[in-house]
Design a protein around this ligand. Structure first.
Ligand code: SF4
Length: 291
């Protein structure tokens, strides 16, 4: 099947880029736009609008696949592979976009191509992971697979992540990879304030207690959240809860900068090879994670 006839496509001049996200290394950007249409708002969409690349939310919802992505990788990997610790897919789109098999197919080919050159991948989605990833003869077992999860309330999901996968299905697809022995993680970001949704953070944590790592971060760029008067206190209580939960369940943790008023720079290397295994000692350091 020539799937590029179904989605619109674009070509790009480069694919791999050095990320500005604190816990990432290199990133990849093989789809422009994202049909999940998050309304937190989506930072990637805000940036694309600001740069004049897209004009509207409606346009963002119509993703275009990068048709020369694999050719670009063939050129860029030999030049960059000695600099790359790992490649993250993706911050500016979703690599397993719901109901877009074309995106899934290309993402799998990209992971396979990177892994072939011993480049590890960290992956983050609000979609469903294909079961094919369990085949570690094709996809390396040191890849790390994550989902974004900031609630279990499907009503909240319909408001803020309208076209993404239901939470239950997202968790189950991640649990499947965990049960196959693969590394899994959660991006619990942007976590909403109680004037947006009243919910029990512990219930969310219990639902994903099987994962290896959690990234926790506050909600930014949202006017309702900013209006919540107890904002600082709320996020301090949340981070205390997450820290204690992670300690009790031996889960590695990074709190995004700006979420709480302490230095969490030591844990921003949570995905760096050979450092990650030492992080369980870091989370006991009182200057990063107060008791
Ligand atoms: S899944 Fe990510 S890239 Fe897609 S709309 Fe939501 S926040 Fe933006």
């Amino acid at each position: 099947m020539n799937f590029y006839n179904i989605m619109k496509s674009i070509t790009r001049k480069t694919l791999l880029y050095k990320s500005g996200v604190e816990y990432a290394d290199y990133c990849i950007y093989h789809v422009e736009g994202c049909a999940h249409g998050c309304r937190f708002p989506c930072y990637a969409m805000m940036m694309k609008k600001r740069c004049g690349i897209i004009k509207s939310y409606r346009e963002w919802l119509q993703p275009k696949i990068v048709s020369n992505a694999l050719e670009l990788l063939d050129k860029e990997i030999p030049r960059l592979k000695h600099k790359i610790n790992f490649v993250h897919l993706c911050f500016s789109t979703d690599p397993f976009m719901y109901k877009y098999p074309e995106v899934t197919e290309l993402t799998l080919k990209i992971i396979e191509r990177l892994n072939k050159d011993n480049i590890r991948c960290t992956v983050l989605t609000k979609g469903i992971y294909p079961k094919a990833l369990k085949d570690t003869t094709i996809y390396r077992e040191n890849n790390e697979y994550g989902i974004t999860l900031v609630s279990l309330d499907e009503g909240f999901k319909r408001r803020f992540e309208p076209y993404s996968v239901p939470y239950k299905d997202r968790i189950e697809s991640l649990r499947y990879l965990h049960e196959k022995g693969l590394k899994t993680w959660i991006s619990m970001e942007p976590y909403p304030t109680p004037n947006i949704i009243k919910q029990d953070l512990m219930n969310i944590l219990r639902a994903i207690s099987f994962v290896d790592k959690i990234i926790f971060g506050k909600l930014n760029y949202n006017t309702t959240s900013k209006q919540f008067r107890g904002n600082d206190l709320f996020y301090r209580d949340c981070t205390d809860l997450v820290i204690n939960f992670c300690k009790a369940n031996r889960i590695e943790l990074h709190i995004k900068h700006g979420t709480q008023n302490v230095d969490s720079s030591k844990t921003e290397n949570i995905f760096i090879k050979n450092l990650a295994k030492n992080l369980k000692y870091d989370i006991k350091q009182p200057n990063i994670f107060p008791e």
